[in-house]
Design a protein around this ligand. Structure first.
Ligand SMILES: [Cu+2]
Length: 456
């Protein structure tokens, strides 16, 4: 897919993005700007309306507007999209303006907005502005506060942003299908006073989960718990942008959760404080230091830290959420002696491999044949070898020598001499070990039934 308008490559992108509307334009719909690239686009620096410090949407972009007699006009188009989840895998999703998630909408406290929503889906939809104070008739709950937007129709939402904070938008119509297909976006309301909650870098992403069978491309939307792709902005590791910052900068990360389960987001390295929730900013007296914050279903969390040089992992701490598509009905094979059995099977199945008798780490380095359009369960290579990750995992890459506003991946961290864990090279005496339990031939081995994995 190519862009209908290549707004973001040229230096004039920002000028176009926020240009004043002409007399002809005022009577027509605002341009529905479109972006299907999964690469993070240059930040949308406003040149009309109130100034603000723009956010960086991981693997995403912000929606340009036009100014019409003091009202910011945006145009969202709900439509089927193709999203590359990581190189090697594309998914058929639904989204907005060419991408899933849809573009981030950035406005300023006090702004009046008029948002045109055109439905190019095969079924009706609405847009709910999650967490935003507005007249109830603008809240986007199909059937309750408005008629549904039928295919081919355009609706107008108009309201004034009363309070700054971190919010989301998503359909409130056939939600099970439409959110499982990827319809969601971030809605950021910046403070009117730029000194309030000021940071140097402000990253945003949405948590979304999908159930796409290996080799397929379209999510199974009726799934309730057994998702196999855990994404940030509909990307999985190693496809998720790093969060790049310069040492000493104040960094904010804003996370919204539109999956069906909670995600404890854990960052290595510097401690952080949660400075924002669904309801707005947390007063300094009510913050406490953390290295993990749980983001429950339907919640938003914003946290801040002072960047310290290094490559710091940031990930969901549910270990099944840092993996890509796999079968979960795998028995624990640790300690099982396969000798003999493997030889006999190999006579029948020449490619037969024994997996997991020493743990699953070997999956990280093994290149097994995969079906088309899928990703390895554990993947990614760092400067020291395979990383054995997938899903909701990225790296906060902090360097001492970055230019302000440089979000490019700076490559691996150069560690100061003597600061990397190393192999002991001296004499190793056999350590004293606990005696291994002896099998007495009477012990009953019970394998519990593998009843799915509804606990995560
Ligand atoms: Cu998780």
């Amino acid at each position: 897919m190519s862009n209908r308008r290549n707004f973001f490559k040229a230096a004039g992108a920002v000028a176009l993005g926020a240009s004043a509307v002409s007399r002809v334009g005022a009577a027509s719909l605002p341009e529905a700007v479109y972006q299907s690239s999964p690469a993070m686009q240059p930040l949308l620096v406003p040149n009309t309306g109130r100034p603000y410090n723009p956010v960086a949407t991981l693997n995403g972009w912000s929606l340009p507007w036009r100014m019409n007699n003091g009202v910011k006009e945006f145009h969202l188009v709900a439509e089927p999209v193709v999203r590359e989840m990581a190189p090697g895998m594309k998914a058929n999703l639904w989204g907005y303006n060419g991408s899933s998630p849809g573009p981030t909408i950035e406005v300023v406290e006090g702004d009046r907005v008029r948002i045109f929503v055109t439905n190019k889906l095969p079924e009706h939809t609405t847009v709910h502005w999650h967490g935003i104070l507005l007249p109830t008739g603008m809240d986007g709950v199909g059937g309750l506060t408005q008629p549904h937007i039928q295919p081919g129709k355009t609706f107008v939402y108009e309201f004034t942003l009363l309070r700054s904070g971190t919010h989301m938008y998503h359909p409130h119509a056939d939600e099970m299908t439409q959110m499982a297909m990827g319809m969601m976006g971030m809605f950021i309301i910046h403070p009117k006073d730029q000194r309030q909650m000021r940071v140097d870098r402000d990253f945003v992403f949405l948590l979304a989960s999908y159930d796409i069978e290996p080799g397929a491309a379209t999510p199974k939307t009726a799934e309730m718990t057994d998702f196999n792709l855990w994404t940030w902005n509909s990307r999985v590791f190693p496809g998720i942008d790093p969060l790049v910052a310069r040492a000493g900068e104040r960094v904010r990360v804003r996370v919204g959760n539109l999956t069906m389960t909670n995600h404890p987001i854990h960052m290595h390295g510097p401690h952080f404080v949660v400075t924002g929730t669904d309801g707005g900013w947390v007063p300094p007296s009510a913050r406490w230091p953390e290295v993990t914050t749980d983001v429950a279903v339907g919640q938003m969390r914003a946290f801040e830290f002072d960047a310290v040089a290094g490559d710091w992992a940031i990930h969901c701490h549910k270990s099944h959420h840092t993996m890509n598509a796999m079968g979960h009905d795998v028995p624990n094979m640790i300690g099982v002696d396969h000798r003999g059995v493997a030889e006999r099977i190999a006579r029948l199945v020449p490619d037969y491999m024994v997996m997991g008798d020493k743990g699953m780490a070997e999956m990280g380095s093994m290149e097994m044949p995969l079906p088309d359009n899928t990703l390895p369960m554990m993947t990614g290579t760092g400067p020291f070898g395979p990383m054995e990750m997938g899903g909701m995992f990225s790296v906060v890459k902090v360097r001492g020598d970055l230019k302000p506003g440089d979000y490019k991946d700076p490559g691996p961290y150069t560690h100061p001499p003597g600061t990397v864990a190393y192999e002991y090279a001296g004499q190793v005496q056999q350590p004293t070990r606990a005696p291994a339990p002896k099998a007495d031939g009477k012990t009953v081995n019970v394998r519990k039934p593998t009843g799915g994995h509804s606990q995560h």
